[in-house]
Ligand binder design. Structure first.
Ligand code: MEV
Length: 426
C-alpha cells in the first residue's frame, strides 16, 4: 500500500474514505460505517485537513463538585470509563470538607523573540526595554477588544541568551488562552525589536510554559467519610498520605500520580475545547521545574481529615474562534455557568478542581481495594451494553461478576447476561 495519495486533500470526506477503503482493499462502505460519517462532517472538514469523519468521545457531566463555595456541573470528555466516576466520587468526598478552594494566577502569557547578531547585547537590551510604550501601543492597536478588556502587553524583558538577545513579551491575555494574540505580538513587534537592538529575529513564538498562570486547588475530606469504622478510615487516610509521599521521592510513581491528576484535567479541557497538548507540556514542565519530576499534588493526614493541594499551570480560554465556533464547547461553558461571563479564571478553577478530585479518588482506590475492581465493574458494564443489554441489565451483570470476582471477558459477560435474562443463577 502506497501512503502517498495525490489529490487526497481535494476529495470530500466521503471520497477520502472511499479512497482509503479501496487502497486497503476493504469492503466499500465498511470504514464509513465504522467511523460513523455523520451529518456534521462538513463542519469538521473545515476545521482540519484531510478529514474523513469525526471521532466521537463520550461526553459526561460529573456531579457533586463544589468549587469556591459554588456548586458546578463539570463536563468531561474521555475514553477511559472510570475517569468520570472517579472525579464525581472525589468531588462528593471533598464537598463534605467544605468543597474545593482554588486560586488562579493572572492570565499572563509570554512571547519569545530571540534576536541574533546583536553586537552589544547589554545596550541593545536597554534600548528594547525602553521601547515598551510603543510596543504596548502597537499591540493595543492590533487587538482593540483585548485592550478594552484591560489586557495587552504588560512588560518587556531583554536578557542575553548564549550570544543572542532574548526578548520576552509578557501579555495579559484576559479570558483567552493567549496563543494567537501572543504569537501575533511576537511577529508584529519583531521589526521594531530588530530596529532597537540592531539584530535579526530568529524565533517569534509564545512559550507554553506559563508559570504565572498557576491554579491551585485544595480540599479536605473528613476521615469519618472514608469508612464507618474510625480505625479503618484513619488507616486508609494514612495509606493515601504514604502513597503521596512515595510519589514525592520517586519520579516513576510521580508520573502515574500525575496521570491520575490529568485524567480529570484533560477531560474538562477536551469538553471545553482547550488545547490539551499545550496544557500537558506546561504541566509536565512545572512538575520538573527543579530538575526532578515531581507530583503536582500532595496529600496529608491533618487532624481528623485528609487534606490535599494541587498546583498546576493552566492556560485556558473562554473566548476565541476555537471555542466560539463550536456549539458543544459553548454548551459546556453554559453547563459550568460561564457562558455569559466568560471568566476563564473560573474555568481554570474548575479544571484544577477536577484534577484534585480525580487524584483523590485514584489514591483512595490504590490505598484500598486497588483500581482493578472498579475498572472491571465498568468494563463488564461496557461489554454488556455492547452485547445489547439495557442499562439496568448491564448494572446487574456488572454486580454479579463483581461478586463472583475473576477475569472479565466478552464470553463471560455474554453467558451472565443470558443467564440473567433466563432468570437463572449465573
Ligand atoms: C489510572 O487511569 C490512574 C491511576 O493510575 C492514577 C494513580 O496511580 O494515581 C489510578
Amino acid at each position: 500500500m502506497d501512503s502517498r495519495i495525490p489529490g487526497f486533500h481535494r476529495l470530500t470526506p466521503a471520497g477520502r474514505i472511499a479512497e482509503v477503503e479501496r487502497r486497503l482493499a476493504m469492503p466499500g462502505g465498511s470504514l464509513a460505517a465504522a467511523f460513523g460519517l455523520g451529518s456534521d462532517v462538513a463542519s469538521l472538514a473545515a476545521r482540519s485537513e484531510d478529514v474523513v469523519a469525526g471521532l466521537v468521545l463520550p461526553l459526561s457531566i460529573a456531579p457533586n463538585f463544589r468549587v469556591d463555595g459554588l456548586d458546578v456541573l463539570v463536563p468531561m470528555a474521555t475514553e477511559e470509563p472510570s475517569v468520570v466516576a472517579a472525579a464525581a466520587n472525589g468531588a462528593r468526598l471533598l464537598r463534605h470538607g467544605d468543597g474545593i478552594s482554588t486560586t488562579v494566577g493572572l492570565p499572563v502569557m509570554t512571547g519569545q523573540v530571540l534576536v541574533e547578531g546583536v553586537s552589544r547585547p547589554a545596550e541593545a537590551g536597554v534600548a528594547v526595554e525602553a521601547a515598551f510604550p510603543a510596543l504596548r501601543a502597537a499591540v493595543a492597536g492590533a487587538h482593540p477588544a483585548l485592550a478594552a478588556a484591560g489586557g495587552g502587553l504588560v512588560r518587556v524583558r531583554a536578557a542575553p541568551s548564549g550570544s543572542d538577545l532574548l526578548v520576552s513579551l509578557d501579555v495579559d491575555v484576559r479570558d483567552a488562552m493567549g496563543a494567537n494574540v501572543v504569537n501575533d505580538a511576537c511577529e508584529r513587534l519583531a521589526p521594531a525589536i530588530e530596529a532597537a537592538s540592531g539584530g535579526r529575529a530568529l524565533v517569534r513564538i509564545l512559550t507554553n510554559a506559563c508559570p504565572g498562570r498557576l491554579a491551585t486547588a485544595s480540599g479536605r475530606v473528613p476521615l469519618a467519610l472514608l469508612d464507618a469504622d474510625a480505625g479503618h478510615a484513619r488507616e486508609l487516610a494514612r495509606r493515601v498520605d504514604a502513597i503521596s509521599r512515595f510519589a514525592e521521592r520517586d519520579a516513576d510513581r510521580a508520573v502515574t500520580h500525575n496521570k491520575g491528576v490529568c485524567n480529570g484535567i484533560d477531560a474538562v479541557l477536551l469538553a471545553t475545547g482547550q488545547d490539551t497538548r499545550a496544557a500537558a507540556a506546561a504541566a509536565h514542565a512545572h512538575a520538573s521545574r527543579d530538575g526532578t519530576y515531581r507530583p503536582l499534588s500532595s496529600w496529608r493526614v491533618e487532624g481528623d481529615g485528609l487534606a490535599g493541594t494541587l498546583v498546576v499551570p493552566l492556560a485556558v480560554g473562554t473566548v476565541g474562534g476555537a471555542i466560539e465556533s463550536r456549539p458543544a464547547c459553548l454548551a459546556a461553558l453554559a453547563v459550568m455557568g460561564i457562558r455569559e461571563s466568560r471568566y476563564s479564571s473560573r474555568l481554570a478553577a474548575v479544571v484544577a478542581a477536577a484534577g484534585l478530585a480525580s487524584n483523590l479518588a485514584a489514591l483512595l482506590a490504590l490505598a484500598g481495594e486497588g483500581i482493578q475492581a472498579g475498572h472491571m465493574r465498568l468494563h463488564s458494564r461496557t461489554l454488556a451494553m455492547a452485547l445489547g443489554a439495557s442499562p439496568d441489565e448491564a448494572d446487574d451483570v456488572a454486580a454479579r461478576l463483581a461478586t463472583e470476582g475473576g477475569r472479565v471477558d466478552r464470553g463471560r459477560v455474554e453467558r451472565t447476561l443470558d443467564a440473567l435474562r433466563r432468570g437463572k443463577p449465573a
